[in-house]
Design a protein around this ligand. Structure first.
Ligand code: ZN
Length: 65
């Protein structure tokens, strides 16, 4: 189940994947950014608009786990 969606390439991924991608973060482990494992795009964790977008998408797709 994808928790995040990359705003650049549209790739959906889980928090674990984002954290794994961030181990090479130049600052320190566990920074506040989510990093797309596909294209490397970094963005803030759970922005409001993204949450809304994902919520709406799940409703439309009727995808329930
Ligand atoms: Zn991406």
């Amino acid at each position: 189940m994808a928790e995040y969606k990359c705003g650049l390439c549209g790739r959906e991924f889980r928090k674990e994947e984002a954290l794994t991608a961030c181990v090479s973060c130049p600052f320190h482990k566990g920074c506040k950014l989510i990093k797309c494992p596909n294209c490397g795009y970094e963005f803030p964790r759970e922005p409001g608009w993204l949450k809304k977008l994902l919520g709406r998408g799940e409703k439309n797709a009727k995808r329930k786990s």
